[in-house]
Design a protein around this ligand. Structure first.
Ligand SMILES: C[S@@+](CC[C@H](N)C(=O)[O-])C[C@H]1O[C@@H](n2cnc3c(N)ncnc32)[C@H](O)[C@@H]1O
Length: 312
């Protein structure tokens, strides 16, 4: 029996997965995605539902690439990039809050973009410091250098533009997770053994970081007392739901599930994206869709449901 090496096996998996990926794109008359454009690809639409072959091929490409990286990269490079990775997260929040993607999209030629000096004039921040931030994000695909010294949006940056459905992920949620992660080690390895072993939602990294006794979620909670955070959290949930709804809609026998039901309740339904998608896909269903969530998320959910032409 002949055996092949780990690297060869992964290389073969990667090659055949890329072939399937390309064939599926061709079957749908989609162009191949490009690193040299600011335009979105048809696959980037939140409502895009990949064919099962495309879905699996994409997962196989990414999984094999990840494992190949572990075999090929220097362990020193891996630990260095891991050590600095929180700077990428913070840089992303910065450019999203300063609306750099919107500024680049409004450039006279958005595919060419702007120089750092031009972006610095628009944002009022120091050009030398800004260039370091943009170059860090560039290495991760968040911007493009369309020609030496010119920064333009990449396909990815469309998700970071103000007004995009995912805008609250690189801003509100980014900040929340970043801050909580700072206190995560202290939560797990707390000096007080009682805190260490507690499963109380008021004894987590959130309370340590935000210096509060309130649980994050709940009736008497941080979110119920901080409407700005409740808004940011609610909007972020909408960004998360968008990505899972097309699959959930396609993968369950909804017609049979909905038949003869008085009501369908989405427990922890966030903005109500799933219920709205279901109501739009099955307009003749008699069942009432109920979005059950915490009181703090109500305003955002009501606005979203209204914006989808549904009544609440
Ligand atoms: C990860 S989010 C998912 C939201 C939504 N299902 C989606 O996919 O967009 C979890 C949701 O559960 C809600 N939640 C947490 N604890 C809850 C509770 N005790 N009762 C009702 N909802 C709760 C949160 O407010 C949040 O909207």
């Amino acid at each position: 029996m002949s055996t092949i090496s780990e690297l060869t096996s992964l290389q073969n998996t990667l090659n055949s997965a890329i072939d399937v990926f390309k064939a599926e794109l061709a079957a749908q008359n989609f162009p191949e995605p490009s690193l040299n454009t600011s335009q979105t690809h048809p696959m980037d639409e939140p409502t895009f539902l990949p064919s099962p072959r495309l879905y699996v091929a994409r997962k196989a490409v990414l999984a094999s690439l990840g494992l190949i990286k572990l075999l090929v990269a220097s362990p020193y490079d891996i630990i260095l990039s891991q050590t600095w990775s929180s700077l990428e997260v913070a840089s992303m929040r910065l450019v999203a809050e300063m609306e750099v993607p919107g500024i680049l999209a409004s450039a006279p030629n958005p595919e060419k973009g702007l120089t750092v000096d031009e972006i610095s004039r628009e944002t009022g921040v120091n050009a030398v410091k800004l260039e370091g931030i943009l170059r860090l994000l560039l290495t991760q695909g968040w911007f493009r250098e369309s020609q030496p010294g010119y920064f333009a949006n990449s396909r990815l940056t469309n998700l970071v533009k103000k007004g995009s459905k995912t805008y609250f992920l690189p801003t509100y949620m980014n900040n929340l997770i970043h801050r909580v992660s700072v206190s995560l080690p202290e939560m797990i390895n707390h000096d007080d053994p009682e805190f260490r072993h507690s499963t109380d939602p008021a004894k987590t990294a959130f309370q340590l970081q935000y210096k509060t006794d309130l649980p994050f979620l709940g009736v008497n909670s941080w979110l119920s007392k901080n409407p700005g955070d409740a808004y940011g959290f609610g909007q972020s949930m909408g960004g998360i739901g968008l990505t899972s709804d097309p699959g959930i809609l396609a993968d369950f026998p909804w017609e049979a599930i909905l038949q003869g039901k008085d009501a369908i309740i989405d427990v922890g339904g966030g903005q109500g994206t799933l219920c709205c998608s279901l109501a739009a896909k099955f307009p003749n269903v008699k069942a009432t869709f109920i979005v059950q969530d915490l009181p703090g998320t109500r305003d955002v959910a009501e606005k979203f449901i209204q914006s989808q032409g549904q009544t609440h």
